[in-house]
Design a protein around this ligand. Structure first.
Ligand SMILES: Nc1nc2c(c(=O)[nH]1)N[C@H]1C(S)=C(S)[C@@H](COP(=O)(O)O)O[C@H]1N2
Ligand SMILES: [Mo]
Length: 203
């Protein structure tokens, strides 16, 4: 497999755990499609990504503006709570760490609510979004994302189960207190660490 990018400025290999396959997972070559609701129809001319809430510099990018940001390629494994794992996904897009560096989180900011189309949300600590392998991805294995995998833009947070990797992302809101998202309010675990098998919440 050719893993060299044509247009990314930098490449990061997500660190591997030992063993590579988390407990209770099965490796698959396929890439299943999973989400709640329908695939949104997105008009790129109207699309924007906002970064707001507890930030010194609220940001908003149109699609051409977003495309002009520095690009990063990340190779990482997917671990879905439904027990499939897919190795060596080659994502390309913009580093979340770089986005947060530009927005400058205020001192009180500790968590992020990721807002996606149709009211979907998920939550992550800002410290997780600042990991080097967390990406706002618009390409997978060299091709633009397909609509059912999140085109035009999705989050990829490879150290957590894949439901935290919101598809069709629109807004990143920094907040002081953690605010459980859609799946987190519907029985999934708040932290979602695959190596600890944090699949479901106890309540
Ligand atoms: N906007 C949005 N993003 C979402 C979801 C969703 O319902 N809506 N589901 C999550 C879940 S449960 C999984 S397993 C992954 C699946 O991503 P894939 O379809 O690209 O494999 O997307 C995540 N991102
Ligand atoms: Mo999922």
């Amino acid at each position: 497999m050719n893993v060299r990018s044509q247009d990314a400025d930098k490449r990061v290999d997500s660190p591997r755990q030992e063993p590579r396959l988390p407990p209770g997972q099965v490796q698959t070559q396929k890439w299943p499609v999973l989400h709640y609701g329908s695939v949104p129809r997105v008009d790129l001319a109207k699309w924007s990504l906002r970064v707001d809430g507890l930030v010194e510099h609220p940001l908003q990018w149109s699609w051409p503006e977003f495309q002009a940001l520095p690009r990063l390629q990340v190779i990482s494994d997917i671990h879905c709570v439904t027990r499939w794992s897919r190795y060596d996904n080659r994502w390309e897009g913009v580093s979340l760490k770089e986005v947060l560096r530009r927005a400058v989180p205020k001192a009180a900011a500790r968590f992020a609510v990721i807002h996606a189309a149709q009211g979907f949300t998920t939550n992550l600590p800002i410290s997780e979004l600042e990991q080097d392998d967390v990406l706002l991805a618009d390409k997978h294995d060299g091709e633009p994302l397909t609509p059912d995998h999140g085109w035009p833009l999705r989050l990829v947070a490879p150290r957590r189960y894949f439901w935290k990797s919101a598809k069709w992302i629109e807004r990143i809101e920094l907040v002081e207190r953690d605010a459980p998202g859609f799946w987190e309010r519907n029985g999934y675990h708040n932290e979602a660490d695959p190596w600890r098998e944090e699949r479901f919440s106890d309540w």
